[in-house]
Ligand binder design. Structure first.
Ligand code: GDP
Ligand code: ZN
Length: 458
């Protein structure tokens, strides 16, 4: 139980219509009452009621501010403690005068994030929910806000809870076996451990997948359009931008020849880079265009290699294909409206068929195939737009990876009939690592580190 009462200004400090000071703790109502005059005493006030009155300096009996005071009684508040919120006039002086009086009472200044920390320590929210409160405050887009809100509501906590539950069951099962180590039971237990480890590993993998998707949804897929001069790179960029209503952003500076555009294909944001402007604006050797492309390739999440289907495959193109091997990439056979000179069979030798898209930017035939190829590459064709449970916190991602590794160890140990009590250690480790995400097994220093990221008054 936390026994002290804390206060902080909870609104941004500066010129504003109103400012809110939040007070939380067992003495919050009785202490604020000492400097507040109104028709009804706060100590008599019902929970969730608002009271008009004045803040009075107890020494001079001077009226300091005209305020509205909201009372929220435990446990129905953000911290689950008695909470008083004082709405004052906005502006630095007004808030400061009220704060000064509060801090002369049995109330101390809250540390950054201390209200949220109390909500956590009092069991109202878990750690991943508390962290999502930071994301909520910091979110810059509607999408990021919705994702954070979902996490505040406990969507991630619930998934983690389910996975940990499976592990607890597994540990209980192992425990029984350690007590009765008959031989046939032991091999059954090994099977059981393998099955359960797999189950939880799959769950973790799913969550990690959302981390990738979450990053893509926030930042877009950096996509390089590469290829030899004149194959239709700029035309493709324009066509995609046109059908997907992009904003043109010509990046100034050193890379004047790189043109960048944002487009959205089946809900997936792409940041398209056309890398070949150089050959078109200046009469430089072809090779330079190719050099450009090579550089862009190393930076990109996705590579669109454009070929001219009305010409045979060029050796530069073979070189490019060699370079993008193992990367997320799609080969576009452009200009299919012209008589074909490109040997598709030869191409197939270098590239999987499902990633070769024949099309014509000019007639726009095949653009839909390209869009389909892109979305299936990144979301296996099924972006669940309704489900907003995304793991985006780096701490969570790291812990999920650790827990996955621990379970992999458990699985392999079970597979090799290593003594069960040894395997138990790995399973327990995974259980603890997942518990660190929700704060069930988090150390004090970690908590301090997390809550110190908050702003004052939250
Ligand atoms: P880049 O140098 O790779 O950027 O190529 P451009 O986009 O500038 O296109 C080079 C030329 O090919 C232009 O004259 C385009 O109009 C033409 N072109 C682009 N796509 C097609 C296509 O699908 N069919 C035909 N016939 N011409 C195309
Ligand atoms: Zn171009």
């Amino acid at each position: 139980m936390l026994t002290d009462t804390i206060a902080a200004i909870s609104t941004a400090v500066g010129e504003a219509g109103i400012a809110v000071i939040r007070v939380s703790g067992p003495d919050s109502i009785s202490e604020v009452e000492r400097i507040f005059h109104s028709k009804t005493a706060l100590t008599e006030a019902e929970s969730h009621t608002v009271h008009y009155g004045h803040i009075i300096d107890p020494d001079t009996q001077e009226r300091v501010e005209e305020v509205l005071v909201t009372v929220m009684r435990a446990p129905r508040s953000f911290t689950t403690e008695d909470v008083v919120e004082i709405s004052t006039h906005g502006g630095v002086i007004s808030v400061k005068r009220v704060m000064d009086l509060l801090l002369q009472l049995e109330i101390r200044l809250a540390e950054p994030g201390e209200f949220t920390k109390r909500a956590f320590l009092n069991g109202r929210i878990d750690l991943s929910q508390a962290e999502a409160v930071i994301d909520l405050i910091r979110s810059k887009s509607d999408r990021a806000f919705s994702i954070a809100l979902k996490q505040v509501e406990g969507s991630l906590s619930q998934r983690i809870g389910e996975l940990r539950h499976t592990l607890v069951e597994t540990m209980a099962h192992i425990e029984v076996n350690i007590d009765y180590p008959e031989h046939d039971v032991e091999s059954l237990t090994a099977e059981f451990i393998k099955q359960k480890s797999n189950e939880v590993m799959e769950g973790i993998q799913k969550l990690l997948k959302t981390a990738e998707e979450g990053k893509i949804l926030r930042e877009g897929i950096t996509t390089a359009i590469v290829g030899r001069p004149n194959v239709g790179k700029s035309s493709l960029l324009n066509a995609l931008a046109h059908t997907n209503r992009a904003i043109v952003t010509d990046i100034p500076g050193t890379t004047r020849d790189v043109i960048e555009e944002f487009v959205t294909i089946n809900n997936i944001p792409l940041k398209l880079l056309d890398t070949a402007g150089i050959r078109e604006t200046m009469d430089v050797v072809e090779k330079i265009g190719v050099e450009r492309s090579k550089h862009a390739v190393t930076e990109a999440d996705l590579i669109l290699l454009v070929l001219n289907a009305s010409e045979p495959l060029h050796e530069d193109e073979l070189e490019l294909m060699e370079q993008i091997r193992g990367r997320q990439s799609i080969v576009i056979m452009n200009k299919m409206d012209l008589p074909s000179q490109l040997d598709r069979d030869l191409l197939s030798r270098y590239y999987p068929d499902e990633l070769i898209v024949p099309m014509s930017v000019m007639t726009e035939e095949g653009i839909d195939l390209l869009e389909k190829a892109i979305s299936s590459l990144f979301f296996s064709g099924k972006l669940e737009s309704g489900d907003l449970t995304y793991v985006s916190n780096v701490r969570h991602i790291a812990l999920l990876k650790k827990a996955y590794k621990s379970l992999q160890d458990a699985y392999e140990a079970a597979d090799q009939f290593i003594p069960i009590d040894m395997i138990q250690i790995d399973v327990r480790l995974a259980w603890e690592q997942l518990g660190e995400i929700t704060g069930d097994t988090a150390a004090e220093t970690l908590l301090d580190q997390i809550f110190s990221q908050f702003c004052l008054g939250k």
